[in-house]
Design a protein around this ligand. Sequence first.
Ligand SMILES: C[S@@+](CC[C@H](N)C(=O)[O-])C[C@H]1O[C@@H](n2cnc3c(N)ncnc32)[C@H](O)[C@@H]1O
Length: 501
Amino acid sequence: MLKYIENKTLEYLNGMPKNLRKSKGQFFTSLMTAKYMAEMFNISQCNNQISVLDPGAGTGILAVAFVEYVSRNFSNKTIFLTCYETDTTVLPILKDNLAYIKNILGNKFDYRILECDYILSQNFVPETGESITDSLKQYDFVISNPPYLKIGRNDPAARAMDKVVHGAPNLYFLFASMSLFNLKHNGEMVYIIPRSWSSGAYFKAFRRYLLTEGKIEQLHLFASRDKVFDAEQVLQETMIIKVKKTTKKPEFVKISSTNSCDDFDNVRTLYAPYNVVVSGEDLYVYLPIDEKDIKTIQTINTYHSTLKDSGLKMKTGIVVDFRQEEELRKSPGEHIFPLFYSQHIRNGRVNHQPSGKEFDWIIDSKSSLIQKNKNYVFIKRFTSKEESRRLQCGVFSPSDFGEYEYIGTQNKINFVDMIDDSEMDYPTTYGVYALLNSTLFDSYYRILNGSTQVNSTEVNNMPFPPANIIKIIGEKVIVSDDLSTDNCDRIIAEVAYDTHD
Ligand SMILES: C[S@@+](CC[C@H](N)C(=O)[O-])C[C@H]1O[C@@H](n2cnc3c(N)ncnc32)[C@H](O)[C@@H]1O
C-alpha cells in the first residue's frame, strides 16, 4: 500500500514546483520516515476501534503508513481515519490514495477527508477543556508532518490559539498544540517538526502547553540535518516527537537517533531521565544522544544561578555595519575607535588585526554606536557546522587598546558585560571566559540548541555558578596564565570538587 502512495507522491512532486509547495509549507515525508513514525505508537493499549487523525495529510503517506502498520500487526482492530487538507491540487491524490486503501482493507478501514483549515475548524479552549464536547477530543492517535510556515501574530490561526503563541507564530506548533488538544486522555501523537521549539524563547508558551497537558515519551533525532526529507533536501533541522496526553511524567524518555531518514536499520537508543530532558523554568527540552550528554546536563543542573544573579548579562554587538556605513572608517584618526568583528576573537583573546573587512574603525559621531573600552568577554554569534565548538569566546582586555576610550562591536559578536554597564572586575571576566570556554558549557549549549547560532537569551538563562565561584575560577585562570580549554576544564573541575567538599 505504502509503495503505491509513495509513487503517487513522487508523481505529484515532479509536477509541482518546489517554491509553490514551499509557500504552502508543503514538504512530504519520506516512506522510511513515515514507516518509522507509524511504528512508534503503542497500539496494543487501545480498544479494537481505533480513531486516528492526520492533519495536513498531503498525499496521505503518514496516514497510510499508520493504517498499514496497524492492519498488518493488529488484525483484530478496525481503523477510522480523519484527514484534514486544504490544498486543492493535492486533494485529488489524497482522495484517490485513500479510496485505494479502502478497496484493499474493506470493512476494517473507513475514513473521511475534511477539506477545511485544521486550525480554524476547531475550538481551542484548553483551560476549559472539561466542558468541551467529546467530538473535539475524539482521537486515540495523531500522526503528522504539519505545514512549516511562519504566520503573522494577527493571522486568524495565531489569534485562535493565542494561549500557545509567545512570539512569532509558526503553523507547525499550532498544529501540534491542536493535536494534543484533540487527543483522548492517554492518546498518543507522533509529529515530525523542526528542532527550534525545544529551547527558543518564542516557543515558551507552546512548550508550557505541550509539556503540561502531555508528556514526551520519545524523541528521535537525525544526526545529519540535510537528509530528513530525502527528495526534499530541507535544510531545517527536524526531529520526531512522541507525546502522550497525560499529566503523569514517565521516568525516562526514549531518545533514538539515526544518521538520516533512510537509515532506520541503525537506530541508536538511549533512555534519559525525564527530568534531565525537560527542565528549567522555561521547560527547555534537552536533546542528549549519549551518557556523556546526560552527565553534562546533570552537572550543569547543579548550578542554580544565572548570569543575572551575578549582575551580568550577555548583550549583542551594537553596530550593524551595512546599515551604518556613514560612521565606518578604513583607518584610525581623531575621534575614531577600533571596531571589532568576530574575526578578532582568536585563541581566547581579542585582537584588532586587519579583519579582511573594508572598515575596521568607527567614528564617535553617534554615541549610541560606541561603548566603553573596559573588560568584556566576547563570543561569536555565528559558527559554522564544521567548527568543533559552538561557544567561541575571548577575553577583551582594555589595556590592549589603551589609547582608546571607546570601542565598537559589530552585531555578529555577543559580549558579556555588567547589566548596569559598570565594569566587570578581572576575576569575574576570566571566570566567565573559563566557563564559556569549557567543554562542559560548550557541550551543554550544543545539547540545548541544535543550531549554530549563539543566542544571548539562552546564554542568559543558562545555569551558572554563583558570583563568588565565578571569581575563584577566574583568579585561578589569571594565575595559571593559560586560556586553553584544557586548562579551563581542569580549573572548573577542581573548583567544583573543592566547593562541594
Ligand atoms: C508538510 S506538508 C505534509 C504532508 C504530509 N502529511 C506528509 O507528511 O507528506 C503539510 C500539509 O498541510 C497542508 N496544510 C497547510 N495548511 C493547512 C491547514 N491550515 N489545514 C489543513 N491542511 C493544511 C498543506 O497543504 C500540506 O499538504
